[in-house]
Design a protein around this ligand. Sequence first.
Ligand code: NAD
Ligand code: GLY
Length: 366
Amino acid sequence: MKDIFVKLGPNSYEIKIGWGIISQIDNQIIDLIAAFSPNPITANKVVIITDKNVAGLYAGSLANKLEKKGILVKQVSLIPGENQKNYSTLEKIYKAFFEHQMDRKCFAIAIGGGVVGDMAGFAASTFMRGIPYIQIPTTLLSQVDSSVGGKTGINHPKGKNMIGSFYQPKGVFIDTSTLITLPKEELLAGLVEVIKYGMIRSESLFHYIEKYSVDILHLNERALEYIIYSSCKIKAEIVEEDEKEGGIRAILNFGHTIGHAIEALTNYSRYRHGDAVGIGMVYAARIASKMGIADNSVAVSLETLLKSLNLDTEVNDIDPKQIIEKLYQDKKTIGGRLRFVLPVRIGEVVVTDRVSDDIIYNVLTE
Ligand code: NAD
Ligand code: GLY
């Protein structure tokens, strides 16, 4: 098992990564709960938040193990899907907290992908002004990105993740073997976020994926551990430097500016988040090339890698003007100016508000 300690003062926590760890983490979870709430009555109760796909695969057995050790467990299984990341689903989580008579020291445990993790985290951050929670991510995307760093939230008709908070988990347990049951398209969407880390901070990670994509897609234990550990390490370092996205954390949004607009314009139903980010990264790289910030070979390498994984690299049937209009509704705009993360080379990016609408229009139409 590999460990990463995320240093955030009183909000610090450990990320544990390993193949098959989910069958052994009950004791560690109990220790974590006991350390946080020495009162045995409080330490006795948890609500597990999962979705209906993950419940039977992983959540149920963990719940049984915890129950056998004297923990009172209530499980809430949500309907899977991005379109469920909303107020009414959130309400189901609060209802479970109330029914289980949770108090401020009781833990919520999220087991599932980013949708479950983001919603469980947001519910935990707001219930009684904050109860502790643990992340057990089961998609590649949630293992390398959403479970770490404390961004929580739900979508609003006006935009993705528009209602949310920064609220760190007390621990993150990443069992890489849960990816065995994950549909291949979901694995690929998660791999895009790993490519993102390579693009923003680690040329060697980018080249590792180029070289070992077959091993990764065949779920080779060592390859998975390497890419997940490397990604979490990069994310942890960036979050430690800038927990609430006042500065450097913005680079984690590489590919997200156009990616989010594409997701919104297709009603969050055509593209997985990771797939849309992949397209957004390619457009960002083409913008960088047009502006003379990066050599054109950066966009070409990125596009070649995504294509080799059968991932989309552009959209041709959405009006570019609509995309540009949508960009201005993103929560990352500042003072009405768009902020783009652009590559300088593979492994390094810059944040800029100097990208003109004309350049965006050009790369979207060429
Ligand atoms: P998801 O949570 O919708 O999961 C994808 C699908 O896989 C679901 O149908 C789920 O039920 C299923 N699933 C999960 N684990 C499985 C497993 N091991 N075996 C079989 N099926 C499994 O999608 P996601 O890609 O994990 O997360 C996307 C969400 O994450 C988006 O809402 C996005 O906004 C959010 N996100 C948040 C952050 C953050 O920092 N908080 C970062 C990136 C993305
Ligand atoms: N996924 C972007 C962030 O966590 O900041």
